[in-house]
Design a protein around this ligand. Structure first.
Ligand code: NAD
Length: 467
């Protein structure tokens, strides 16, 4: 893979000094020609993304393995399968999204009529992150194309094999007068940020989100910021044993089974009542073994690079944090692999409880009463998502009305991201703007999830079985 893509002189990080004028001029000309507004152009590009995914599946799998050690099954579920579904969703919705919508006017305006006419913004700059390097790059491109825009993508330099595959396949399959890829790191991103855009879509950290927003302010460019944070999972002392087993599996799935916990909506920490913690820890330990086997390295992703590996190791360097480890805790530096690790009550002022973990370390914090979880969450920055495992309607309502977050999901983890009809995004420090761009209302996903295994059913539809 290295040779195949890097020999094209497109090694991620290489394009440090860009000559942007010609490229941006070409994009603007394309947009001004009206070509990208046409429904047939939008459809052709969306269909080209489907072909791109299908015909380059093996190269994408290899790149994800190389950058992150992702298993084919995980790579299909979290990237290719999810993207395929999103393209179909856009193709199905395109006609409706493009149609003007009549609006009612007050009687005083009679006999006037009014319509809301959707209009593409123009030049869209997409900056993406490394944890789902293919998905987080193509997902916003699907939205931008469906809305009739021209696009520049800057993939993450920390996933160089995926960045190279993206540059190669986008050049080959999509209309290069309208969609361009610039590979590289901070310097490339900043040169692009200085340009005038009509929209910037950023996925990454809150720190860089601030830089992006400041640059956008120079041109009054609207931004969507998909940022991170600490997503809590509230675990009520659930009564039925079936519910409990399901809860344990879903908690672990939401922490370790996707990109080794390097996920913005992954479970960051668990809140549970003191009296339930020993049962929870022993059950989670059993399920870690059942889910990942004796050699979790074979099926779990690895840490993206040495820097993040050391960062995660440092989170455990505080002796009080180290003493709170109940399961796991081993680090394999050669393979950048960290064992699923569970901790109970590390100090609340320690870095593991104040910074986003973004890795396979799972602190459990004990409370006297589960209702105290509301104040616990409210006293911290607003998370991207809150998870709560409970059948108690009173607790559900307390969490909905007493906290603020980009979304709240009951009795499951991560699945909300795959539901296209639900607006995805953050609030406060976890970002703003929604994807797909629905209303900025607080998302509330109520599901009687215990009645069936949603993940199993959903992924069978996605065609995961063949992997
Ligand atoms: P990052 O902010 O370091 O980098 C993101 C992108 O910004 C990269 O393409 C990078 O090249 C660019 N960049 C970095 N520094 C820059 C600078 N000074 N100026 C301009 N551009 C710069 O984030 P990351 O390490 O790629 O991702 C991890 C973070 O992203 C986590 O906080 C995670 O929660 C968040 N995230 C959020 C979502 C979401 O959908 N909300 C999804 C994935 C990741």
């Amino acid at each position: 893979l290295d040779q195949k893509y890097y020999s094209m002189g497109e090694k991620a990080g290489d394009q440090e000094c860009l000559n942007l004028e010609g490229d941006l001029e070409e994009l603007r000309e394309t947009f001004n020609s009206g070509k990208t507004r046409d429904a047939s152009w939008r459809r052709s590009q969306l269909k080209a993304i489907l072909n791109l995914l299908k015909e380059n599946e093996d190269d994408i799998f290899r790149a994800l393995k190389q950058d992150l050690g992702k298993h084919r099954c995980e790579a299909y579920r979290d990237e290719i399968g999810t993207l395929t579904k999103s393209v179909h969703f856009a193709l199905d919705g395109l006609k409706k999204w493009m149609s003007p919508k009549k609006v009612h006017l007050p009687i005083i305006a009679f006999p006037a009529t009014a319509q809301l006419i959707p209009e593409p913004l123009g030049l869209v700059y997409i900056i993406s992150s490394w944890n789902f390097p293919i998905g987080l790059s193509l997902e916003p491109i699907i939205g931008a194309i469906a809305a009739g825009n021209v696009v520049v993508l800057k993939p993450s330099e920390l996933a160089p094999a995926c960045s190279a595959v993206l540059a190669s396949v986008i050049n080959k399959y999509l209309d290069n007068k309208a969609i361009k890829v610039f590979q590289g790191g901070v310097s490339v991103s900043q040169q692009l940020l200085q340009q005038k855009w009509d929209k910037i879509f950023f996925t990454g950290s809150s720190q860089v989100g601030r830089i992006v927003m400041a640059a956008a302010a120079n041109h009054l460019t609207p931004v969507t910021l998909e940022l991170g944070g600490k997503c809590p999972a509230v675990v009520d002392s659930i009564s039925s044993s079936w519910d409990r087993e399901c809860t344990f599996k879903r908690l672990l799935g939401g922490k370790f089974a996707s990109c080794a916990g390097q996920v913005c909506i992954g479970v960051d920490y668990i809140l549970v009542e003191k009296k339930f913690v020993s049962t929870l820890v022993s059950k989670l330990e059993i399920w870690v073994k059942k889910m990942f086997g004796d050699n979790p390295k074979e099926c779990m992703a690895r840490i993206i690079n040495k820097h993040h590996f050391m960062r995660l190791q440092n989170l455990l360097s505080d002796p009080l944090v180290k003493a709170s480890i109940r399961c796991g805790g081993s680090f394999d530096e050669d393979n950048l692999f960290i064992e699923p690790t569970i901790l109970v009550d590390p100090p609340l002022h320690s870095a593991i409880m104040t910074e986003e973990i973004f890795g396979p370390l799972l602190p459990i914090i004990t409370l006297e009463n589960i209702e105290d979880s509301v104040n616990f969450i409210r006293s911290r920055p607003k998370p991207l998502t809150i998870y709560a495992f409970t059948n108690n309607e009173k607790l559900k309502n307390m969490l909905i009305s007493g906290t603020s977050s980009g979304g709240i999901t009951f009795n499951d983890t991560l699945v909300q991201h795959a539901a296209d009809t639900i607006p995805f995004g953050g609030v406060g420090q976890s970002g703003f703007g929604r994807f797909p761009p629905w209303d900025d209302k607080k998302l509330q996903l109520f599901r009687d999830a215990y009645r069936y295994d949603y993940i199993g059913i959903g992924l069978t539809f996605l065609g995961l079985k063949k992997y």
